[in-house]
Design a protein around this ligand. Structure first.
Ligand code: SF4
Length: 220
């Protein structure tokens, strides 16, 4: 089942991957910016802002030396204003304590305010190629439907199970593509309401197929 899941997911991704600018970089700072921007914000809104931000603050160093008011202003259209302050603080800390290099280990990454388990996994797998699992709302929904199929998606034991599942499913190679693919299929096919089962590569192995919303509890 795990191998079939991986093969189906990666095969689908090769044909249907979204072309997003942060997929053309392995720069840890650029990945960090994209992940902070994507927290609670739709991709379409992030796209123009991400390009603009990277032009204005192309490195941790340029961001660290910027004035807080200018950083706030540059972020403002995205809302949730704790995020630019956290990003700015991370940039300053990394310059001061880590010689300008964003650390790659989970513990240090998670010691920064604003970087939780998901964001640490995204930075580690996308920027450093580590076999680090990720589970956000989209990924949790896909894993739940394919491997569990029915019941309450919000319980703590279930969340833990989905994290462990995300870890054991990771391939030895192509970790970047695998994690990006998980997010893409959750964002474009296995969406919260009305998942597109007829075009989904997982339908032959999915526990929730054919999808019945009455068998699933929990939002997102
Ligand atoms: S078959 Fe349907 S419910 Fe299962 S993963 Fe695909 S879209 Fe989601």
């Amino acid at each position: 089942m795990r191998r079939r899941f991986r093969r189906r997911l990666l095969g689908w991704y090769r044909k249907h991957a979204r072309d997003l600018p942060w997929r053309h970089t392995r720069d840890p700072y650029h990945i960090l910016v994209s992940e902070m921007m994507l927290q609670q914000t739709q991709v379409d809104r992030v796209l123009p802002k991400y390009e603009e931000w990277i032009r204005k603050y192309p490195s941790l160093e340029t961001l660290a030396s910027a004035r807080p008011a200018a950083v706030d202003r540059a972020w403002r259209p995205l809302g949730y204003n704790a995020r630019p302050r956290r990003l700015h603080t991370i940039a300053r800390e990394v310059m001061r304590r880590y010689d300008g290099e964003l650390p790659s280990d989970e513990r240090t990454l998670r010691s920064f305010k604003g970087i939780g388990a998901y964001t640490a996994g995204a930075i580690r797998s996308f920027a450093f190629g580590h076999r680090a699992p990720i589970v956000d709302t989209n990924v949790a929904r896909v894993l739940f439907r394919v491997f569990v199929g029915r019941g309450d998606r919000t319980s703590t034991p279930l969340k833990k199970y989905l994290w462990s599942l995300s870890a054991v499913l990771l391939p030895r190679r192509h970790v970047f593509d695998f994690n990006q693919a998980l997010m893409d299929i959750g964002a474009t096919v296995c969406v919260a309401r009305r998942p597109r089962c007829p075009v989904c590569p997982m339908s032959p192995i999915c526990e929730a197929y054919p999808f019945d919303p009455d068998l699933e509890h929990g939002s997102g």
